[in-house]
Design a protein around this ligand. Sequence first.
Ligand SMILES: Cc1ncc(COP(=O)(O)O)c(C=O)c1O
Length: 426
Amino acid sequence: MTFQATASFAAELDQQDPLRLFRDRFFIPPVNGKPSIYMCGNSLGLQPKSAKTLIETELNDWAGLGVEGHVHGKNPWLYYHHFTQEALSKLLGARKKEVVAMGSLTNNLHLLLISFYRPTTKCYKVLIEHRPFPSDQYAVDSQVRMHGFTPEQAVIEMKPRSGEVNLRTDDILATIKEHADELAVVIMGGVHFYTGELLDMQAITAAAHEAGATCGFDLAHAIGNVPMQLHDWSVDFACWCSYKYLNSGPGGVAGIFVHEKHHTNDAIIRLEGWWGHDEANRFKMENKFVSMHTAESWQLSNAPVFPMAIHKAALDIVEEAGGIQAMRKKSEVLTSYFEFLLLKAKATSGADFTILTPSAIEQRGCQLSLSFASNGKAIHERLTEQGVIADWREPGVIRMAPVPLYNSFTDVYRLVSLMFNNPFEN
Ligand SMILES: Cc1ncc(COP(=O)(O)O)c(C=O)c1O
């Protein structure tokens, strides 16, 4: 598509957008009495207007039924985690039994590493990307320590080449091969939180398996952002949070994927709790754990119904919008238009920034990360005053994520116009 840097062209793209009406399903936070230009879905997605209704349903059932809500509620609480499995499985390219909404992201990462990082004296190394989200680094470092190693001994950081910011797939594959004899697990962010780079998860998984390692991904920035085929790619495990592109609220319920090839392995080491026990016999209260033989076996506790109600409200919207394929279709054009406007503004205004995120569509999701040589902080502050909500990360990066469910082409046009003081006026 040939883009134009005009307000009327952006409005035309909005007119043609099959998802345009979904914007109205979310609360857009106002700034100075006007709807903001919200670019922070990579950090916290917006509140679906339907969330309140779904929560009220559960509050009413709790008020009216008390404990009976577990079985006789409109959405019986005992089974609440089942109500999101289908939508999650489609987002991830997984079988329903391979996914479950549960817990929180870092907790889940630990639970999965307990099962999938089983080091031996010979094979004990973990490959992780350089500068992962700090919580992932802490989780991995503490896991290797738990097994008696030091992070210096056991953690390999996959660094970009000197002078580059993004990882090259070939380099990742070569590193996996190089360490094949000692590598126990590869765990990486599917989409990098800082740069927005989307990794080739299929190729990385294949290489990890070739090296005899297990392979997992932190999908915090990937789920609801890019389509995936975790089952077909044979990924061993994955975890995510739901408060970014799944719009399920701050600290909302997270989730895990465990490939079905591991489900019936009763030798697998796992931290266990009653919600992972065979559902049909859970309330017999027997003392010997019998696995669900699905990803649900990793559940520890009964489902947190209120955050799950928000999660369900948000996932219902995704389904209604046509799922991740429809969202990605718009997202590719929306982010490409954003990139086009930024580069055009740079050419006309001489602004001193670089886009860290890869330019190739297949190597990124919706986010673009702009690195400013000098005045980034001032630009971010000015944008904030002008009603833009975007995210500043030290030392000099503004991350912005036009989200297909609630951002418009006009949003990105107005954003770039504000950022560089109307660079398209002539
Ligand atoms: C990539 C990534 N990993 C881990 C986390 C930590 O998440 P939580 O606090 O939900 O455990 C985040 C939070 O934003 C994240 O972006």
